[in-house]
Design a protein around this ligand. Structure first.
Ligand SMILES: NC(=O)c1ccc[n+]([C@@H]2O[C@H](COP(=O)([O-])OP(=O)(O)OC[C@H]3O[C@@H](n4cnc5c(N)ncnc54)[C@H](O)[C@@H]3O)[C@@H](O)[C@H]2O)c1
Length: 350
């Protein structure tokens, strides 16, 4: 049976959903997971809603390098020390790192306890907190260990974005633009029509959630349609992992923005995408995001990283590409020799 993920997402002020929160947490011990920055969001919640007031809180260090099994172990230790049992509840308050690792920890602790996501970054609101993918990085590779597991509810309150640093807002915006490119040209047109701070952020959260939930509801297990959401990510994850290894970490969305440009270039080279569409994507994304480049000598390492990505076998890399702005195409297998050739051509053109 297909799950309607959308029914689980509540948009608006958290106070509005206090009743649901109280119902879900009835007869449960409530634990909160946050990071050192989103602790302030937890303080706000503790002031506003009773169930948060007495909840035990665990704050991890922020930063992708802490999205590990070691951190998961610390959280499991915390839950054990606080005598959390099968019936209890974990509330994840934070960006995509917290919803990913918190979902993973909750779903594996004593074979799974319930959890709630309260996303506090744009990226987590429009993407990471939705769709049930949870997990951690392992051996320097993104999201290698994890499972599909859905929260009881997702509460999206744009109030939290007020304290989000501008560059983190931009990082989330890369996923928003991806939604337009794979699914809806008018949405891409709207999102690139004005500077980000002049756009209607509530419309963006709403429209992106609607696109993501439509896709994951059709194909929750990523057999086909859900792969649309991987556009920009095959290259983006490889860039992110490469930079993580070089201790030159970048923001997830910035790597995805670079991945979107390069995967659009691949779409152009394979004659799926018209040149004018590629030029538009390249121009608009380059105007918004910091440029991330790599050297010709790093292409082999990038391809190795793509090969170790869970979606790929050894000779071919599975891509999601686009054949026009607003329409993605999945399951495009490209052999590694051809990919190397295209990436070298891309590096030369930069
Ligand atoms: N599960 C999925 O489907 C999915 C999809 C996309 C991305 N992701 C994952 O999400 C992560 C990226 O998400 P992210 O960009 O939210 O990263 P993040 O959770 O690391 O948050 C970014 C930074 O913003 C801070 N922050 C978050 N909310 C804040 C607020 N309201 N005020 C002040 N600071 C705040 C965090 O402490 C952190 O320093 C990556 O690990 C990525 O792999 C998962």
């Amino acid at each position: 049976m297909k799950t309607n993920v959308y029914q689980k997402i509540k948009l608006g002020s958290i106070e509005q959903y206090a009743k649901e929160l109280i119902e879900i947490s009835e007869n449960k011990k409530v634990f909160i997971l946050c990071d050192d920055n989103t602790k302030q969001c937890v303080n706000y919640l503790k002031n506003e809603i009773s169930i948060f007031r007495d909840a035990e809180t665990y704050a991890i260090n922020s930063g992708e390098k802490f999205k590990t099994l070691k951190t998961s172990q610390e959280i499991w230790d915390f839950l054990i020390t606080k005598k959390a049992n099968r019936n209890d509840l974990l509330i994840n308050v934070g960006g995509g790192l917290i919803t990913d690792i918190g979902g993973f920890v909750a779903s594996t602790y004593k074979r799974g306890i319930q959890f709630i996501n309260i996303p506090t970054s744009l990226l987590a609101m429009v993407d990471a907190s939705i769709g049930g993918k949870t997990g951690v990085n392992f051996n320097g590779i993104k999201n290698q260990i994890g499972l599909f597991s859905n929260p009881e509810i997702i509460l999206c309150d744009s109030y939290f974005l007020e304290s989000l640093p501008k560059e983190e807002l931009l990082s989330g915006f890369a996923e928003v633009l991806k939604h337009g490119l794979i699914y809806k040209k008018e949405y891409w047109n709207y999102c690139t029509s004005l500077e980000i701070d002049k756009l209607d952020i509530l419309k963006i959260i709403n429209d992106s959630i609607s696109i993501k939930t439509k896709i994951v509801t059709i194909d929750p297990d990523e057999k086909k349609e859900r792969k649309l959401l991987n556009f920009g990510h095959t290259i983006g994850h490889a860039i992110e992992s490469l930079l993580l290894k070089k201790k030159n970490q970048t923001l997830h969305g910035f790597a995805v923005a670079a991945g979107i440009i390069i995967e659009s270039y691949i779409s152009l080279e394979l004659k799926y995408l018209k040149e004018e569409d590629f030029i538009e994507i390249n121009k608009k994304i380059t105007a918004i995001f910091p440029k991330i480049t790599f050297l010709k000598s790093e292409i082999s390492s990038l391809i190795e990283l793509m090969k170790s990505d869970k979606k790929n076998n050894s000779d071919e890399i599975n891509f999601t590409l686009i054949d026009e702005i607003g329409h993605g195409i999945v399951n495009q297998n490209i052999n590694t020799a051809e990919l190397k050739f295209i990436l070298e051509k891309y590096v030369k053109s930069c």
